[in-house]
Design a protein around this ligand. Structure first.
Ligand code: FAD
Length: 388
């Protein structure tokens, strides 16, 4: 049994801790703030296999299969619901692009189909049918509660012996040759050090700082924090917009009915680079911009009160695909998930745990595609379709 340190207590770090413990490894998990306080508790709850490239489609098809069994496995209610994703086309060109995507998704077993607007209206009664020509609909996509999911993983991880510490910040890594041999951390103002056999950098937006602690360049894995925001309305009658509904041609704007309280969560690709890694202040520009789109998608939202607005980070690599793999002999990274880390967590956590513990994985995760060193070689993948 080796001692594995995980840095970052978001969904990726916590789920990987659980998967490693399942494989019999000793795990110590560090979170500098509280668990979920990074991007995870700010996410829009969406889970989809409707991607536009083979690697992400295969990974998400597998992840969805894990999501389907997660409540049973973790013995907790995580409110996972397969309420679908509905993408809407606003031009003939987009309809053609949808058809090509659907063909690719179908090839890998994702049952997306092209639907007309009458059917779209039945699926999401709140929808304004006028501007849209057709929809791409996968009823197997869905949503889950990020708070419940993280705590379900965390509870099980602790049951399996994971030493999960919050308010404990990693402040240094000891490197000897190509290995990290110790982790230095601060808790309650006291700095301590422990010996480790392997380290996983799951710090997402903060990952470049952890790489630097390992003696690597910050730019080796260029992850940049972009401020992303959401607003949520008061609860509406259930069933109005259960799937995530998104016309990608409208700046990736989307709405989705919260699986818990029925409020409508509204998002859009109105983003800018975060000024710092503390820059999570919501902005009025976003509020105004996103509501314009939301009301165009679903006119009754004009009358709904906004009860909450918040901001978090899309931690983005240049091609919006995450960086997953090995950086040194025993130093791994699983970070830079843009708008997809929540949905990918069950598959990526399993894959990373198997890689660390066994050196290989049976998860259909294309290691070359997500290779964290691809940027250094000047390789960029086709850009992953970004929204949640
Ligand atoms: C508005 C918004 C909407 C989104 N919608 C969706 C969606 O619908 N579906 C989806 O799949 N994804 C969505 N995402 C993206 C998703 O939230 C992230 O990809 C995912 O949560 C990333 O998880 P993570 O564990 O990698 O990172 P995080 O949750 O950010 O966790 C990283 C953790 O590392 C900790 N840390 C950093 N430095 C240190 C250190 N030195 N020592 C110890 N701990 C440290 C941080 O405090 C943080 O908690 C959305 C994101 C936002 C902001």
């Amino acid at each position: 049994m080796s001692k594995i340190a995980i840095i970052g207590g978001g969904i990726i770090g916590v789920a990987t801790a659980y998967e490693l413990a399942k494989l019999g490894e000793e795990v110590i998990l560090f979170e500098k703030n509280y668990f979920g306080s990074g991007s995870t508790f700010r996410c829009a709850t969406g889970i989809r296999a409707q991607f536009t490239d083979e690697a992400n489609i295969k990974l998400m098809k597998y992840s969805l299969e894990r999501w389907e069994k997660l409540e049973e496995e973790l013995e907790s209610d995580i409110n996972f619901r397969q309420t679908g994703y509905l993408f809407l086309a606003t031009s003939e060109r987009e309809v053609e692009a949808f058809k090509a995507n659907i063909k690719l998704q179908n090839r890998f077993g994702v049952p997306t189909r092209l639907i007309d607007i009458e059917e779209a209206k039945e699926i999401a009664p709140i929808l304004n049918t006028e501007p849209f020509l057709a929809g791409a609909w996968n009823p197997k996509d869905g949503k889950a509660n990020p708070f419940k999911t993280l705590f379900a993983y965390l509870g099980k991880a602790r049951e399996l012996g994971v030493d999960a510490r919050e308010h404990t910040e990693v402040v240094g890594l000891k490197r000897e040759g190509k290995e990290i041999t110790a982790v230095k951390f601060r808790s309650n103002g006291k700095v301590e050090s422990i010996k480790v056999d392997a380290v996983l950098n799951a710090a997402n937006a903060w990952a470049p700082l952890i790489n630097e602690m390992a003696g690597l360049s910050r730019d080796l894995v260029p992850i940049t924090a972009y401020k992303h925001q959401l607003v949520k309305t008061e609860p509406l009658e259930r069933g109005q917009a259960e799937p995530l509904v998104c016309p990608p041609g409208w700046n990736d704007a989307y709405i989705i009915q919260d699986g818990e309280d029925g409020g409508i969560i509204c998002g859009a690709g109105i983003e800018h680079k975060a000024k710092s890694l503390d820059d999570v202040e919501p902005t009025y520009d976003f509020l105004r911009g996103v509501l314009r789109y939301a009301v165009k998608i679903a006119p009754p939202l004009r009358y709904a009160h906004v009860v909450r607005q918040w901001a978090g980070f899309y931690a983005k690599t240049p091609d919006k695909n995450p960086a997953i793999g090995k950086l040194l002999e025993n130093f791994y990274i699983s970070a830079g998930f843009s708008g997809h880390g929540f949905m990918m967590a069950p598959a990526v956590a399993q894959a990373m745990a198997e890689l660390i513990a066994k050196g290989r994985t049976r998860v259909p995760l294309d290691l070359e595609w997500y290779d964290p060193c691809r940027f250094e070689r000047g390789e960029l993948r086709s850009s992953a379709f970004q929204i949640g």
